[in-house]
Design a protein around this ligand. Structure first.
Ligand SMILES: NC(=O)c1ccc[n+]([C@@H]2O[C@H](COP(=O)([O-])OP(=O)(O)OC[C@H]3O[C@@H](n4cnc5c(N)ncnc54)[C@H](O)[C@@H]3O)[C@@H](O)[C@H]2O)c1
Length: 395
């Protein structure tokens, strides 16, 4: 006899939506669109993020993006997007020189803000943004995404539990090699990072800002810095003028720092480390334990515990994919890896979760945290310029 089958209509309770307007459909536009699509499926959120509208300047590319990510509304002027009544939050994924202007317009229109890093071109702009967003009491997030990788959050939790004892050293690198050719122009789509007017700085604001954010989050405030920078290629053709112009960004930067907790740090970043595409690493050495992490093997945290008997003591490698590792339990079964893109999903989920309980401590970097990182970047550039130790301004 044929088995009886049943078709049931399931009553799906729809949480309230968080309607997001995304500005910029480039690298970060795609990373954020993916996070907006995924967050509500893997995290239990009281508001479901929805990509309501997207803004970009090229109509063709905008249409292709909107089709690919199923976005119902498009705008070619970001001013129109931030004014839309069907948007609750604006996601700023444009180059650094536009962050302040867009954020201030969002505040005027009462929108929550998710902003890419660095917060602004410099600390002065950042201060204006912090003042305005805090006065308006609007939720705000800055996408320092590396914090949200399970192995990095695990490092933070181990340090916060005091397991390392006194911390002596923090060292971090962010190495790339994509600007070595002298024929690479500066400015315009794709190469705005080489134009100081648009980027604010070179590797300091682009790459070291990530290292500084992670370091401050795990190891506390940085109080003073001494630095050197270099611009290896002094002139490049500007895409806007077709003429050779001075390159004003730092191609490489190395700096020493003192943390408030007494530990010492060495940071290095360059786009001239042949063979390295995006090698972000950090290591922390404490009295009892050391920790190390490497973006190329991002699910692992290297761990050294001096309390183990000397004949068994050595570096071990924690594969942070178990259900009790940060965020990992929200995804697959133990042992299966997460990737770069998940860090954005986790950041967004933390932000949305916090909306339900605005007075609880925030588990994500906001404008004020990002201003602290901006002040460190400013101090690093000033130290390199003046060849002096510089005290870092407090955010
Ligand atoms: N969190 C991270 O790991 C990470 C990684 C890369 C970039 N970023 C940051 O994200 C931001 C964007 O970088 P990206 O790599 O996505 O750059 P990108 O060049 O790939 O994309 C920038 C986008 O902004 C658009 N845009 C520029 N001006 C605009 C305007 N006036 N109106 C509307 N759209 C405009 C461009 O058309 C493009 O779509 C930067 O602030 C960068 O520092 C962060």
């Amino acid at each position: 006899m044929a088995k009886k089958t049943l078709t049931t209509r399931v009553a799906v309770s729809e949480p309230k939506t968080l309607r997001i307007g995304l500005i910029g459909y480039g690298f970060m536009g795609r990373a954020h669109a993916n996070a907006i699509h995924q967050a509500g499926h893997f995290f239990s959120l009281n508001r479901r993020p929805v990509l309501q509208a997207v803004c970009g300047r090229s109509e063709d590319q905008l249409r292709a993006f909107a089709e690919s990510w199923q976005v119902a509304h498009t705008e070619t002027d970001w001013r129109k997007l931030v004014a839309r009544e069907d948007i609750d939050a604006v996601d700023i994924c444009t180059p650094n020189d536009s962050h302040m202007e867009i954020a201030l317009a969002c505040i005027k229109h009462g929108k929550m803000i998710m902003c890419e890093k660095p917060l602004a071109l410099d600390g002065k702009q950042g201060e204006t943004m912090v003042k305005a967003v805090e006065k308006a009491k609007l939720p705000n997030l800055v996408m320092y995404n590396y914090r949200f990788l399970p192995a990095v959050t695990l490092a933070k939790n181990i340090v916060a539990a005091g397991e390392l004892g006194k911390i002596f050293h923090y060292r971090a690198n962010f190495l790339q090699d994509w600007t070595i050719s002298k024929d690479l122009p500066q400015g315009g789509t794709g190469l705005w990072r080489l134009d100081a007017k648009v980027a604010g700085s070179g590797v300091t604001g682009d790459l070291l800002a990530h290292c500084i954010d992670t370091a401050r989050w795990i190891n506390g405030d940085i109080v003073s810095v001494s630095a050197m920078t270099e611009t290896f290629i002094k002139e490049r053709v500007h895409t806007a003028t077709g003429k050779k112009q001075a390159v004003k960004i730092d191609d490489a930067c190395a700096f020493l720092a003192r943390f408030e907790n007494g530990s010492l740090a060495v940071f290095e970043s360059t786009r001239y480390a042949r063979g390295h595409k995006a090698l972000y690493t950090f290591e922390i050495n404490g009295e009892h334990k050391s920790l190390a992490w490497d973006l190329h093997d991002l699910n692992r945290l290297s761990y050294f515990d001096h309390s183990v008997s000397s004949d068994r003591r050595g570096w071990s490698s924690i594969h942070a994919t178990d259900g009790d590792h940060p965020y990992a339990g929200k995804w697959w079964v133990p042992g299966l890896c997460l990737g770069y893109e998940h860090s954005f999903v986790h950041a967004l989920a933390e932000f949305v979760q916090s909306l339900a309980n605005p007075t609880a401590p925030r588990n994500y970097p906001d404008f004020r945290h990002a201003l602290g990182t901006q002040f460190v970047c400013d101090a690093v550039l000033e130290a390199a310029r003046t060849q002096r130790w510089i005290k870092v301004k407090r955010s």
